[in-house]
Design a protein around this ligand. Structure first.
Ligand SMILES: Cc1ncc(C[n+]2csc(CCOP(=O)(O)OP(=O)(O)O)c2C)c(N)n1
Ligand code: SF4
Ligand SMILES: [Mg+2]
Length: 292
């Protein structure tokens, strides 16, 4: 038997089948370093399934299973209930799902778990499309991004997962980014220690779907925050904290020029996008400041 208090680093071995430069691979390693061995993980179909494995193989050194795309949170809630029935309150139950499995197909299941106040940690790794099945747009795909189902650029803005989660009045919800691992891991620790449901929404660049050089994953993630395309903040027991607020936002062009999925936008579209990003950023800051 492993001693669950020790040997919690390296729970995801190297030599995985994720693409080079995959943001998700970095994320899952860093999340598991914090959660440790005493964790049960539920992963739905999607790129993260390359970690939960195929057939008898798995690349995660903790128990878990691959569920369905639509019921990650319900599966996690069921595992939590079974552990509770056995008197086990120490094991962390983690639902680890993509944007498609969270904001689209699994949203009802997530809403149910948040409403029941099931003590689960739910992490949405957001690569902003259905990557595993060929880069189809999800409702988390940003405005004007090209995917195989939005070849001329997505005409609508993304759905706001954090606001949906917060509307359930859960004790802990945060955004995070893989360019700031210290901030991410602090949030994972808080989620682990939360007595009730917690959600972390992580911006997770994907070189294959976003079409950039794999060496630029961290640069892409950082530029998203510097341009206001992604904001780092958290809600804890109804109070909001903005974790990092750039003094001045960099032009959105700095972010989109790094990625092939925004290639070919007209000057007018880039201006449109800049306008949208600033408006959305200011709206979000105003909302957070009203509950700070
Ligand atoms: C109900 C259902 N519809 C479609 C699929 C096929 N499918 C498997 S993985 C996947 C993509 C999931 O996208 P996301 O959750 O964003 O994860 P990613 O692939 O981007 O990591 C889809 C559509 C499925 N497994 N179940
Ligand atoms: S398609 Fe994107 S998210 Fe999926 S394994 Fe490749 S880089 Fe990672
Ligand atoms: Mg996805």
């Amino acid at each position: 038997m492993h001693d669950i208090k020790h040997n919690s680093k390296g729970l995801i071995p190297h030599g995985m089948s994720a693409c080079a430069g995959c943001g998700l691979e970095l994320l899952i390693r860093k999340v598991m370093d914090v959660l440790g061995r005493d964790t049960i993980i539920i992963i739905p179909p999607g790129c993260a399934a390359s970690f939960s494995g195929f057939g008898k193989e798995t690349a995660i050194k903790v128990p878990g299973f691959q569920g369905n795309l639509e019921n990650t949170a319900a599966s996690a809630a069921g595992v939590r209930a079974a552990l509770n029935a056995k008197g086990n309150t120490h094991t962390t139950v983690l639902g680890f799902a993509g944007d498609g499995g969270t904001v689209d197909i699994g949203l009802q299941s997530l809403s149910g778990a948040l409403e029941r106040r099931d003590r689960i940690v739910y992490i949405c790794y957001d690569n902003e499309a259905y990557m595993n099945t060929g880069i189809q747009a999800s409702s988390s795909t940003p405005y004007l991004a090209k995917t195989t189902t939005t070849p001329a650029g997505k005409p609508t803005a993304r759905k706001n997962l954090m606001q949906i989660a917060i509307a359930h009045d859960i004790p802990y919800a945060a955004t995070a980014s893989i360019y700031n691992i210290a901030d991410l891991q602090r949030k994972v620790k808080k989620a682990k220690d939360t007595d009730g449901p917690s959600l972390i929404h992580v911006h997770t660049p994907c070189p294959t779907g976003w079409r950039y050089d794999p060496s630029k994953t961290i640069e892409v993630a950082r530029t998203a925050v510097q341009t206001g395309c992604w904001l780092l903040y958290e809600y804890q027991n109804g109070k909001a904290t903005i974790n990092y607020r750039p003094k001045e936002l960099l032009p959105v062009e700095n972010y989109i020029k790094l990625q092939g999925r925004f290639k070919g936008l007209t000057d007018e579209q880039i201006q449109e996008m800049q306008k949208y990003v600033i408006e959305d950023f200011n709206k979000c800051i105003k909302r957070l400041e009203s509950v700070a």
